[in-house]
Structure formats: structure tokens, C-alpha cells
Design a protein around this ligand. Structure first.
Ligand SMILES: [Zn+2]
Length: 288
């Protein structure tokens, strides 16, 4: 009986143990499941955040790179800029770009840049010239005078206002002489006085020089020793006879033996040697 009880007790305990074990396994299983679920969820979360993270890192990196690049730029700018400026200036000098102002083309098809006003300096007699070239003009006049020539400067730099006055005056005279009015009168006036902004005198690089004892602006001016000396020697000072006899179609201006234009020695030498005009010279230069 006791044995049976013992047996039963043992049996009960064994069942209890089994239940406990079963419960423990369930709990363990649950825990394991929860843990696995947790890991899985965690993974998903990690995976998600992991997926975002590189993007963020990339964005951050990109931002950092930009920031760094910007900083580097700012840090390096002064030094680099100075070096670049020197380089550009050097290259421009080599390429002749530095000389560009000397070769500015102004004619009736190529008006001057609006509002352009050169820095000028006095030549003599209250006439002014581009300050960068006035020295060459004075040297030319002085050298000719030393050889006994008697030059008379009769026009040089003209402001747009002055050119406008001259042009309007010409229009009035044309109307009085021919009866032409409006556009017809302006067109006729334009053949003798350049429309404001289309005269080299507005540019500050043109000068009219005549013989003091023959101050008339006509073709006979070409026969004076002064005009002949200028035609022969002007290039040495960087000047050209701007409107030669046979270039009216190219220049749009009749022969003017008194009108000289500064273009710099290199261009002047080639233009005078080859007997071409500025328009033709610029065509060759641009096609190279
Ligand atoms: Zn002139």
C-alpha cells in the first residue's frame, strides 16, 4: 500500500516534473520564438535602417565633400587666382589680346561700343588723344618737325556730343544746299561726316594732321611734304594712313591723306608695307 502510494506519489511527481519540463520547454520555446522574432524584427529594422544608413552616409559624404571642396576653393583661391591671373595675362600678351584696344574697328558698319569713353591726354593746341598712345603721336610729330616739317593738328578726339553737333550741322547744310530732308538728308550728310559713334575720332585713336601752309582737307593735301613724310614714316610710331585712295569700298570713307590712326607698331608695319587697310588686316588676323 505504501509502495503503491510511493509509486503513485512518484508517478505524480514524475508527471509534475514532466509537466514542469513541458512547461519549461514551452516557455523556452516561447522565449526562443520571441527571441527569434525579436532578432528577425531587429534585422528588418536594421536592414531598413541599414538601407538608409549608407544613403545618409553618402549624402553626408557628398555634403562633406562639397564643404571640403568649397573650403579648399576658398583656401586655395587667392593663391590660385594670382597664379591664374599671371598665366592668363602672360598668355594674352603672347596671343596679342593685350593689344586688342589698338585694333578696335570703327566704321559705318561697326559702330563704337555704347558709352565708350577713352581716357585721353592732350597732344597740343587743346586736342586730345587716347592717353595710351598719345606719346607715340607726339614723338612722330616731334621727329617730323626736327626734319623741318610744319605739321598742324586740326582734329583728334571728339566726344559723341561733339560728333552729334558736327553731324547735325552737316544735315542742316545738306538741306540748305540740296533741298533734301529727313532720312535722305541724313544719308547724304553721312557720306561726309560720320554718324555719331561710327567715327574713329570718337574712339580717341585718330588724328587729322595737315601742313600748316595748306590746311584744306582735300586730295591735294597728299602732295604736301608733311603728308608725304607721314605716309612714309607713320608705321614706325604705330600709325597708319587709314583711308587710302583705293580702299573706299572696304573703309566706306573717301581718300583722306590727313587722317591717321594708331594701331600699334606691329599692325602698322604690316598694313603700310602690304598697302592694305585696317579692315583687310583684321580679316587676315581673324582667319588665322
Ligand atoms: Zn579724321
Amino acid at each position: 500500500m505504501r509502495r503503491y502510494r510511493e509509486y503513485e506519489q512518484e508517478n505524480r511527481e514524475s508527471r509534475k516534473r514532466k509537466r514542469r519540463q513541458s512547461m519549461q520547454r514551452k516557455i523556452l520555446g516561447f522565449c526562443l520564438f520571441t527571441f527569434l522574432l525579436g532578432v528577425l524584427c531587429g534585422r528588418i529594422v536594421f536592414a531598413k535602417s541599414g538601407g538608409e544608413k549608407p544613403e545618409q552616409t553618402f549624402a553626408e559624404k557628398a555634403e562633406n565633400m562639397l564643404y571640403t571642396a568649397e573650403n579648399l576653393q576658398w583656401e586655395q583661391k587667392p593663391e590660385k587666382a594670382a597664379a591664374e591671373t599671371e598665366g592668363i595675362a602672360g598668355n594674352l600678351l603672347e596671343a596679342g589680346e593685350e593689344e586688342a584696344w589698338k585694333l578696335t574697328l570703327v566704321n559705318k558698319w561697326n559702330p563704337m561700343e555704347d558709352g565708350y569713353r577713352p581716357a585721353v591726354a592732350e597732344i597740343e593746341n587743346n586736342y586730345y588723344f587716347d592717353a595710351r598712345a598719345v606719346g607715340y603721336l607726339q614723338e612722330m610729330l616731334a621727329d617730323g618737325r626736327r626734319e623741318g616739317l610744319d605739321f598742324w593738328v586740326c582734329s583728334a578726339y571728339r566726344t559723341i556730343e561733339k560728333q552729334t553737333d558736327l553731324f547735325e550741322e552737316k544735315v542742316r547744310r545738306v538741306t540748305a544746299e540740296t533741298g533734301l530732308t529727313g532720312e535722305a538728308a541724313r544719308e547724304k550728310a553721312g557720306t561726309e561726316v560720320a554718324f555719331p559713334g561710327t567715327s574713329e575720332h570718337n574712339l580717341g585713336l585718330a588724328v587729322d594732321i595737315v601742313a600748316r601752309d595748306y590746311q584744306i582737307l582735300d586730295e591735294k593735301q597728299a602732295r604736301t611734304p608733311e603728308a608725304q613724310w607721314l605716309k612714309e614714316n607713320c608705321w614706325k610710331y604705330g600709325f597708319i594712313l587709314r583711308y587710302p585712295t583705293d580702299k573706299t569700298d572696304e573703309t566706306g570713307i573717301i581718300f583722306e591723306p590727313w587722317h591717321y590712326r594708331y594701331v600699334g607698331e606691329k599692325a602698322a608695319k604690316e598694313i603700310m608695307e602690304r598697302g592694305i587697310c585696317l579692315e583687310e588686316y583684321l580679316d587676315t588676323v581673324e582667319s588665322i
